[in-house]
Design a protein around this ligand. Structure first.
Ligand SMILES: Nc1ncnc2c1ncn2[C@@H]1O[C@H](COP(=O)(O)OP(=O)(O)OP(=O)(O)O)[C@@H](O)[C@H]1O
Ligand SMILES: [Mg+2]
Length: 282
């Protein structure tokens, strides 16, 4: 069921012009609007990708459909998509929300960390996981994440039994965001460039020594059940889809399922092309 937005807080940076909204469940959400400049398909991509990531056990924010009522739009003149200083408001109704993990005015959530802080991050091993996911889904963007202080066990939303790091004490953790350009964004194809999905700081891959570091996620992809994709498709609001999307999305998901066996070779191509990102993998 959608969560209703109750107040607009601020506009966030980035190409899709997201907005931070408070919602009726007392949580805050980074909301991608249906009229965002990157297109409606990015909302579908975000939704499907999050369901896949969750199944693969890669940390990423909770997501919800956010129902923005007309009253919130009327009370928030900056809520919308700005072009040439003119703001076009969203339509009242359902938009995509990525849950802000903490209270935004009480706790820091960071896009970027200094080197020492980055290296202290509890779950750098999840950058190998994210790369595996990004190769599979042909994420045509660089890998993006947020960092904040939490227990890994809370970020993973379960007992963390197969995590490699200490998961029960508090520290900086990375959570993967912005899956809008999976499936090559609005193109819905798989062009597979070696640079896709790489995080801009090679430090996060420093501990990767070989295939063993990718194994848990490669294995989960190999055994991936189609039911996860079917269920994700079933959850999508039909208002986010054109009739053509409704026809093409199941075909895209079928192609995704069939290309599971390619993922290892795609990682290999990335390693061959960017050896400096994998200094311990020789
Ligand atoms: N769940 C979240 N919790 C906290 N902050 C978030 C969350 N999701 C996104 N953000 C913040 O909002 C910004 C924009 O989000 P996102 O990257 O998904 O949109 P975008 O428009 O594609 O941005 P860009 O063009 O910079 O890639 C991020 O840089 C990040 O700071
Ligand atoms: Mg982004």
């Amino acid at each position: 069921m959608p969560v209703t937005a109750t107040a607009w807080l601020r506009t966030l940076r980035g190409g899709s012009q997201t907005h931070l909204l408070e919602a009726g469940d007392k949580q805050h959400y980074v909301v991608k609007l249906t009229n965002n400049p990157q297109g409606l398909r990015t909302l579908l991509n975000e939704w499907i990708a999050q369901r896949i990531m969750r199944y693969l056990r890669i940390p990423c924010p909770d997501i919800e459909i956010i129902d923005i009522p007309q009253s919130v739009i009327d009370a928030s003149p900056k809520l919308g998509i700005e072009r040439s200083k003119v703001v076009t408001p969203p339509v009242a109704g359902w938009h995509f929300g990525s849950r802000y993990p903490l209270h935004p005015s009480l706790h820091g959530v960071h896009d970027i960390l200094g080197e020492a802080q980055l290296l202290s991050c509890r779950n750098l091993h999840h950058f190998a996981a994210a790369l595996t996911f990004d190769k599979w889904t042909a994420n045509a963007d660089a890998r993006q994440c947020i960092f904040y202080r939490a227990r890994l066990v809370d970020v993973m939303d379960d007992d963390g039994s197969d995590d490699f790091a200490d998961s029960t004490s508090r520290g900086l953790v990375a959570s993967m965001i912005d899956q809008g350009y999976c499936f090559n964004g609005g193109y819905w194809d798989f062009p597979d460039a070696p640079g896709f999905g790489l995080y801009y700081r090679a430090d996060v891959y420093r501990k990767i020594r070989g295939w063993k570091d990718f194994e848990p996620w490669l294995e989960r992809i190999q055994c991936f059940p189609t039911s996860v994709l079917d269920q994700a498709f079933g959850e999508l609001p039909r208002a986010w889809m054109t009739p053509r999307d409704e026809e093409e999305l199941p075909i895209l998901l079928e192609r995704l399922f069939r290309r599971r066996s390619k993922v290892a070779s795609l990682i290999e191509a990335t390693h061959d092309r960017y050896p400096n990102h994998f200094v311990s993998w020789r």
